[in-house]
Design a protein around this ligand. Sequence first.
Ligand code: G6Q
Length: 536
Amino acid sequence: MDRWQALTDVPVYPHLVGLAQKPFDLTSPGALAPTRIEQYCCSAAGFDLLYAAQRVNDEVLARLQELADQCELVKQFQQMRRGAIMNRIHGFASEERQVLHTACRDLFAENPAEPVATGQAEREIAKLRDFLEDLENDTLTNAHGRPFDTMIHVGIGGSDLGPRSVYEALRAYVRPGRQVFFVSNVDPDDAAAVLRRVNLDTTLVNVVSKSGTTLETLTNESLIRGAFEAQGLDPAQHCIAVTGEGSPMDSPAGYLRSFYMFDYIGGRYSSTSMVGAVMLGFALGIEAVLEFLEGASLMDQAAEESELQQNLPLLLALLGVWNHTFLGNATVAVLPYSQALHRFSAHLQQCDMESNGKSVSRYGESVALKTGPILWGEPGTNGQHAFFQLLHQGTEIVPVEFIGFRHSQYEEDLEIEGSTSQQKLVANLLAQSLAMAMGQKDENPNRRFPGNRPNLILLADRLTPKIMGGLLALYEAKIVFQGFCWNINSFDQEGVQLGKVLAGRVLALMGDGQEEGGADLSPEMALVKMVKMGRE
Ligand code: G6Q
């Protein structure tokens, strides 16, 4: 949006503000007519986005298209995929990097958007294929010639949340006899609990850290290496690494095999790089990895469509901007009606809030409007028995993004009282969508449902590796489009630095550390004293 430095300067902005004064009334008779439901549907990469239950009409959609055009959202996405430097704050010190997570999956086109990065991705895939074949044909075994059957994936933040949510989503396809555990927290109980459950003799440890310097990951790696040594096993025979080229972890001595992720891939966007692929390849096999990448690639291509109502990621993004910036809703709930997606909202929490939780524009100026919403969620139907009360009758209006599937993964289902469990699941999703939109009148005020709670449904046939790749890429593109629209840098995370620095200072004081000079205690020391007092 270099022509417009702030969303408020974009010509269509006042028109959208005007339309937001009287948004489409979902509670009016016939509001959810069959024609509207059929018309307000956008399909791409195996997904249907049903958005009739949004507070939009054709006029709002036309203005949102103008917003996309005036902010050049698709053009910026195309530039990003082709290697433009997007991770920057103009005029100030910043990361100044390309943003090329899309290159990791641009393997299926004859002419990749950014051939150099895709070439690097192809080389890593080839290394992964060799590694998996070596495991398969027993070239790579433990010291006693036994095959590895377990992987502990050690990483945190972007090196954990995406891969973990993908593993959980695709557990149904894990190869018999293989299993993966994750260790992320520096809380020693996290590693201890996993170590109790595995047989280290046949376990591979996949240490994942782009920087190779992350406190939690290095601590957990040392702890786990110590556990191998305690059992008389050589950790170097069990550890593999995914790291940045030239990082402190980029050392063949300590690891059986190493895979690279590159500078131009942000941690929270890295699930389709080796950060997710090594774990996924071990668990599911190389073919599933390729399907996963293909699904993501199809969604990236869909995001280059110029028509809003044909571009599923752009539409998802701009409906979110409408709900947040123009209708003023502070949060958004992503509610998958799929138990397998139980960690997906946790991944999105990071991907969305670390990307778009920003207060300065790409020009270093304070933003005039709110940027990223608070994103949260849990699977349905469980959530219905928990926080849905607030969604239906609370004073805070929460736009909802439902995710559902026509078929279950395992297809182990039974008809009970005339319907299968999958039918019950999907029926509940549809019912919740309608109840939130249409509401209900009642003489008893406590039984009234105000309705007009915007929601949408993302629907696919079945949660497969390909669909999971598409879902991941869909939300990545949504986040990127929204960041472009708010004209913020969605690719850095300066906001996590201060806490890290203070933690280092506090940690030094937690030992026998003394404060230098000054009669007054610092807040850090005062707090440390409070913690220590509890132990005396
Ligand atoms: C993500 C962030 C952050 C990062 C972790 C782990 O976008 O940069 O969550 O992924 O701090 O970093 P390493 O992979 O370098 O250990």
